[in-house]
Design a protein around this ligand. Sequence first.
Ligand code: PLP
Length: 397
Amino acid sequence: MTDFAATRAQFHLPDGVIYLDGNSLGPLPIAAERRVAKMLREEWGEQLIRGWNTAGWMVQPRRIGDRIGRLIGAEQGAVTMGDTLSIKVYQALASALELNPSRKVVLSDSGNFPSDLYIAQGLLASLGRGLTLKVVEPEEVEAAIDGSVAVLMLTEVDYRTGRLHDMRALTGRAHAAGALTVWDLAHSAGALPVDVAGAGADFAVGCTYKYLNGGPGAPAFIYVAPRHHETARPALSGWLGHEAPFAFDLDYRAGRGIERMRVGTPPVMALTALDAALDVWDIASIEDVRAKSIALCDLFIREVEERCPDLALASPRDGQQRGSQVSFRHGQGYAIMQALIARGVIGDFRAPDAIRFGFTPLYIGEEEVLGAARILAEIVGGRLWDRPEYHRKALVT
Ligand SMILES: *Cc1c(COP(=O)(O)O)cnc(C)c1O
């Protein structure tokens, strides 16, 4: 059984804060601060350009990719790191489309994160040839998988409501219909057990600054199923995805396996912080994290529904159908969240009306859940949100 007091001790959490937004930006792992400082001084400072070889910078994307691969059920050597998630979505979708050239439709759902849909729209506009993006309601995805679909592109956990898609079942349906799959694991990796290999996923992508605590702007990951390693053509054919980057050939030849999904120079400082952040998984099991996350979310729902009849649950009630977050709807959701943050309870707001709370057992326990529910009830019951400063919209909500 995971010792959650020990995992919690690995994070810096500011005094007076109940942090329920690790689903958007995980907190600072104490080891990351030390590790990055050491890397700057001893590697960049002393080794200079030699660090690419002597400090292992060049193989970092694959080494760290394998660490994440173990959390998402990937085969060894099937995950690499770099760029942002939006770019990894582009790469995965472009390769998947090329592997299924006779079909014209990318199928996604209205619960997908807008950036994924925007990236698809941009890519399809560049490709032309009659390709279209079809967006259906999450409940209608299964029925919409037919012989026209080239690629099923979904985010497993809905960022707004936390609704969880059945990755294995939908991947099976897609394959039966002759479609490939691209799964976005932004709200899954580090939040719940994922089995990309077992589910038969073709491509998967995700970010590392949410439940993996890699820090703001931490690099993304991409998984390509080994059966596609030698046939998936990289659309972003940068030099570090080349078979021999230091041959400096004028013509591109895709690298071996997952290496071809690399693009340019890896973000070494950011990967070093992420590497340290992943150490917590040496003492935490994702199954234990999942079990406790469901219990914490259930407790929060119970407490809030008992005290705040004005809030409507926006997340699935059944923990098995939900990611690691709980959302409630209220017409004044934005102001309520600002009032909460002023009282030290940090969640976030997602337009048009959802207040969202992430529960991450690595550093959140029952005490925080009960404290947050009590403060939320005071704010909603006493209309404490109704002050001009809580209505002013900030750049990031
Ligand atoms: C957080 C998130 C993103 C953000 O993409 P970036 O390129 O890292 O800004 C994209 N897609 C999903 C599903 C997300 O949850």
